[in-house]
Design a protein around this ligand. Structure first.
Ligand code: G6P
Length: 363
């Protein structure tokens, strides 16, 4: 087994390190030299005529779907994201112009499959975004788009999240063009950022910033994660990863929601992780000051080119300066490493956390 882990102590750490190559595969061949997005030819053809995009997903995949929704919203394309467990019991109305996108690493999650089956029966077009060729989702949906992350053994999803976001970013560009008739305003910048993402992720991994901080988060009352824009799903994913493998209490919030309740929980014993993507950073900095004035220490994750962020937070985990759409992926890698190192210090069962399964095949 040690050989399969390539000398890494855990599959999770190996899979964190595999992200640069997984991201290369995710994008490889899908962007033309002219800067057009060229995804596989879907049997159902163009997305022109789609007037409602609904994502259904669970867990980490749900967070990747939230990320995609944010990118679509920024391009003027409305979309909704549903937790598949909810959608399976209370489906949203659909018709033949609805595209239901199942985001599922395994392609076998029962709630996600139940959701797309219902949408299909009601006449919607369905698309699976999955890692597993031949999975039930890939076979049953009208179309399939593969994230090419390679097998993921650790129960806590890491490289599949990054690859989902990369592939969904390309899908977002394709949907924007097909639905609105013109490419996203920012397409060239986003594609450039995706192109350099493998190298940028490698840089984050090589810095190994979180290893030195982990000791501070072993025995705290709670851990909060905040962000806005794509930083919000990254905050949710950071908290999910933290609770999954450290067994310590963690919650993620939209930064703007802090003062609507969560702030009551903030004390000197609740560290706050704040995600900065380069978009609306000044608002998130204001939230940082709010929690600092309640005594909380703040770990900021943001661009190395933002001295004002670095100067305000108590600890800073830098990421390379890039497009905001890619910054979320980089910030997430830092948070994966935070969770990993805290869980390792606590001696947790990192690859197989208690009570959790890699793929949940019952509703
Ligand atoms: C389980 C796993 C999570 C995963 C979720 C959805 O809960 O432990 O890591 O995010 O299922 O899985 P899927 O295969 O549909 O992405």
């Amino acid at each position: 087994e040690d050989a399969e882990r390539d000398g890494f102590e855990h599959y999770m750490l190996k899979e964190i390190h595999e992200q640069p190559s997984a991201l290369e595969r995710a994008v490889n061949g899908r962007v033309t030299a002219e800067g057009d997005v060229h995804l596989e030819d879907f049997p159902s053809g163009s997305f022109a005529g789609v007037d409602d995009v609904q994502f259904v997903a669970c867990g980490t995949s749900y967070h990747a779907a939230l990320y995609a929704r944010q990118l679509l919203a920024e391009r003027g394309v409305p979309a909704q994201v549903f937790s598949a467990g909810e959608y399976a019991t209370t489906p949203a109305p659909v018709d033949e112009n609805t595209l239901v996108v199942a985001v599922t690493q395994s392609g076998e999650t029962a709630d996600t499959l139940a959701s797309v089956r219902q949408a299909d029966a009601a006449g919607a077009r369905t698309l699976a975004v999955t890692n597993v060729v031949g999975s039930t989702a890939a076979r049953e949906c009208d179309d399939a788009l593969f994230i090419r992350a390679g097998p993921e053994i650790g129960v806590a999803a890491t490289k599949t999240f990054s690859s989902q976001v990369a592939v969904l970013s390309l899908l977002v560009e394709r949907l924007t063009e097909d639905i609105t008739g013109s490419p996203g305003e920012d397409r060239a910048g986003l594609l450039r950022a995706l192109d350099r993402l493998p190298g940028d992720v490698q840089q984050v991994i090589d810095q190994s910033g979180p290893a030195g901080l982990a000791d501070r988060f072993r025995d705290r009352e709670g851990h909060f994660f905040i962000g806005r824009g794509v930083g919000f799903p990254v905050a949710l994913e950071g908290a999910l990863k933290f609770k999954e493998i450290t067994y310590e209490h963690a919650e993620g919030f939209a930064a703007g929601e802090l003062k609507h309740g969560p702030l009551a929980l903030v004390t000197p014993d609740t560290p706050v992780f704040a995600v900065f993507t380069g978009r609306h950073d000044e608002k998130t900095l204001h939230n940082v000051e709010e929690v600092q004035s309640r005594g909380a220490t703040v770990v900021g994750v943001g661009s190395e080119a933002t001295p004002e962020v670095a100067a305000t937070v108590d600890d800073f985990l830098p990421i390379p300066d890039t497009h905001p759409a890619a910054a979320g992926v980089l910030a997430n890698v830092q948070l994966q490493l935070v969770s990993y190192h805290v869980a390792d210090l606590l001696g947790r069962s990192i690859d197989k956390p208690r009570n959790l399964a890699k793929s949940v095949t019952v509703e």
